[in-house]
Design a protein around this ligand. Sequence first.
Ligand code: FNR
Length: 190
Amino acid sequence: MTRYKVGCLVGSLAKDSINRKLAKALARLAPPELELSEIPFGDLPLYSYDYDADYPRVARDFKGAISDSDAILFVSPEYNRSIPGALKNAIDWASRPYGSNAFTRKPTAVIGASIGSIGTAIAQQHLKGVLAFCNAPLMNSPEAYIQFTPGLVTDDGEVTVESTEEFLRNFMAEFALFIGRVTTVLPRER
Ligand code: FNR
């Protein structure tokens, strides 16, 4: 069995983030070939190309963690019908300096939870456009728009609704297949 290291970017910095709970659930429900770990980015300064000649340590570590991952899972809220600024800032850091974009050829998937009924659909459309520009192969199907009702996922990442749990388990199984397909045709340069 080939194992894959999946870096998880949780788009929220909030301590009680529902998307972090969702990310914990996804880590529990993932098939054994996927090893998920969150790559934090809350300490990154705001990106400017003035840093390109000499990235600060925190940004080098962050970008290094993206590079070291076999795949990236985005679990993000929708803020004002788009992706949170902190997440966009993190993507900008990892995509630069020009010519050393850490997302190139990196298999990705996008999922998100909101309290609203469209479940981050518009933010996901924006994020998918960004990832296309970053040349990151994206799992198009299944899509996953999660409306977070109170108690849907516990603080420890246990899903309390069986149909949702099954849906999320399938999402992760499909992501594992997708990563396998992408890395077969686009082997990682190590
Ligand atoms: C929101 N929320 C929200 N929800 C939504 O479905 N669409 C949206 O555009 C927005 N916009 C928005 C902007 C800002 C600045 C905040 C703080 C919140 C509500 C959002 O779904 C809710 O706060 C979730 O709890 C956010 O997810 P995290 O941060 O808890 O993971």
